[in-house]
Design a protein around this ligand. Structure first.
Ligand code: SAM
Length: 316
């Protein structure tokens, strides 16, 4: 799809470029905030799976930059924003970057060290694996990322804090809901207007972190297994069956963002210049080391190799 064509079919992609966001995902966080007021009183935040960085940009613009301009900065009380991803990210003002895997305990330790004994008010996680198209598999891998996020939450989030995590809706959604409810009395699954209806993605908005009394983060997995096991795991007892019949869980599900605003599943006409043409903007910040970079290098190298071989056979 050409840039102009994508601009037409994906209003949030175009708006992201116009407003200086690195990715259209920025609108998802902004729309979640419109509904849930997630930034109120937030001074310390962790952005898990942050690259290319549009959520970190939102955090910087909503929390860091206003504080820097206000009197708070004179007291040295600037908000702390720590962003983690497997991929490196171009710098963002007020955002500390950690490159690492959130499923790795050492990454969690690095994050905790940045907080220097203090706790975060908010943890956000927009993590997504490379989608395979196999729905159950994608949902399972996604749930593992959320559980890695929850592990970090149990170490860094203060009581009363919030956790926002991307989920893939599927047959284990009720199980995930019950697992999150162990730690948060209020859990809502939200679908921002900028997230396409055709996408199985939604966001768990978990409020008022309250771990069970006497909870030790080391017991997290044991505790979660007590609630149930993902139905895709064949060595487990699939006890999520208790979520059926009279015990069925009803999950609060909410559409958010200005519902009369832009619809991510619609095409919109492109704004024309005075001379009647449309100028498509370049992306704000192309990824600096995207996972497909190596594939492109290999493809380039192999086509170069083929050309060299062709030259040799012509010469001989
Ligand atoms: N919130 C980001 C933004 O607004 O720019 C977009 C995040 S993107 C949808 C998903 C990210 O998850 C990718 O950058 C990917 O590298 C990251 N990711 C996937 N698995 C991860 C893992 N195990 N540890 C850290 N990051 C991971």
């Amino acid at each position: 799809m050409g840039k102009a064509s994508r601009d037409k079919r994906d209003i949030y992609y175009r708006k992201a470029k116009e407003e200086g966001w690195r990715a259209r995902s920025a609108f998802k966080l902004l729309q979640i905030d419109e509904e849930f007021n997630i930034f109120e009183g937030v001074k310390r935040v962790v952005d898990l799976c942050a690259a290319p960085g549009s959520w970190s940009q939102v955090l910087s613009r909503k929390l860091y930059l206003p504080a820097k301009q206000s009197s708070d900065s004179k007291n040295g009380e600037l908000p702390l924003i720590v962003a983690i991803d497997l991929q490196p990210m171009a710098p963002i003002e007020g955002v500390i970057q950690v490159q690492g895997d959130i499923t790795n305990a050492r990454t969690a330790e690095v994050v905790i060290r940045h907080f220097d004994g203090c706790k975060a008010d908010l943890v956000v996680c927009d993590g997504a694996p490379d989608v395979t198209g196999l729905h159950d598999m994608d949902e399972f891998v996604q749930s593992q990322l959320i559980l890695a996020g929850l592990t970090i939450v149990t170490h860094v989030l203060r009581e009363g804090g919030k956790f926002i995590a991307k989920i893939f809706r599927g047959k284990d959604t009720s199980l995930l809901y019950c697992q999150l409810k162990l730690f948060f009395p209020v859990v809502t699954f939200a679908k921002p207007k900028s997230s396409r209806n055709s996408s199985i993605e939604a966001f768990a908005v978990c409020e008022n972190y309250s771990p069970p009394e006497g909870f030790n983060p080391k017991d997290l997995h044991h505790l979660l297994e007590k609630v149930g096991s993902p139905s895709g795991a064949d060595d487990l007892d699939c006890s999520s069956g208790w979520l059926e019949g009279p015990n069925k869980v009803y999950i609060p599900f909410l559409a958010c963002g200005d519902l009369s605003g832009y619809d991510s599943d619609r095409s919109y006409p492109l704004p024309k210049d005075a001379d009647g043409t449309y100028q498509s903007l370049d992306p704000v910040q192309p990824p600096i080391a995207p996972p497909y970079k190596r594939a492109l290098e290999l493809k380039k190298a192999s086509s170069h190799g083929i050309r060299e071989l062709e030259k040799l056979s012509l010469d001989s």
